[in-house]
Design a protein around this ligand. Sequence first.
Ligand code: PLP
Length: 388
Amino acid sequence: MAGRNFLFVPGPTNVPDRVLRAMVVSMEDHRSPDFPQITTQITEGLKRVFKTKNGTPFVFPSSGTGCWEAALTNTLSPGDLVLAARFGQFSHLWIDMCQRLGLEVDIVDCEWGTGVPLDIYRERLTADTDRKIKAVLVCHNETATGVTSDVAGVRRILDEVNHPALLFVDCVSSLASIDLRFDEWGIDMAVSGSQKGLMLPAGLGILCASPKALGSRHTAQLKRSYFDLDAMITSNSTGYYPYTPALSLLYGLIESLKMIEEEGLDNIILRHHYLAAGVRAAVQQGWKLGLCAKSPVWYSDTVSAIMVPEGINGVDVIARAYNRYNLSLGAGLSRVAGKLFRIGHLGDMNEVHLMAAIAGAEMAMLDCGIRVEPGSGVAAASEYWRNI
Ligand code: PLP
């Protein structure tokens, strides 16, 4: 098909040309005396992105899922109790991993389209007088439903009830795009990946660990090998990795960290909010459709999950957008399969770029029999962005 593909899945995201070029490097000796400066640049840059001075970032040749495992296995023991809310495919999969690793999970099932229920977390943590809960999981941005949860609120509750549980945050689709403050919010393990806000291809699992989380690895009994932080800590301390690092991606990461510094992390967070609000204007005021997110407190600034009307299959809209307009939209996953399509608005993105997704989704919806007003999404987004 002529013309470029317009990639609007909520990860992998568009990789800026600068980052693509930075990754075109000859291979080099990852045990050379020059190598440690690569590791240092990455560690320092990631600390700024996580907003941490106390935390230690780690980079694994893996995807985000690998770092879910690293967070759990380096801190917990078989049978340990974990508190977790389930409200979408990714919060579900993290819980599923906990169970497969032999952890007990106190699952708080919530309506999809909502997020972490602070009142229920407070109840469970208050009732846990024996301090059986060892870790509390928060999926900061549930990519499947376009829902953002209040991590700071969970920290407040832990502090209020003086509960020592570790706070684990999945920030795969929020890092470098939605506000996340590792130190200020007392996060113990933050799990992310390269292919979303960091604007890289998939292939790096990114983890940040607090001193308390690192301390618990001395007693944690879950089995670990590839994701053992001991090996990473030993090698990283001299500027190296315990096994062959994904060199091209590391060069890409250095470049994307430079881009983040140049724009300014807080400006990037504001840009994501502003772009997301324009998409929401297109959906709600233009197309008169609903979001999966049940109310504004849950709205995600990195992905919008758009409900299709009864009788229409979201899969058809996505297929039409791809086959006819070369536009990649995100699918509904698991329980919401067919009920929605998603527009990812994170990473290297601006208004005009996003207009392609809005215009293309509108054409695909019309082709599939959804009676939106032609041009209404583009008009509503343009009104919002021009007048803000
Ligand atoms: N958590 C969230 C919120 C995600 O969106 C994803 C992937 O999209 C994952 C975890 C899993 O990450 P990965 O696909 O990099 O393993």
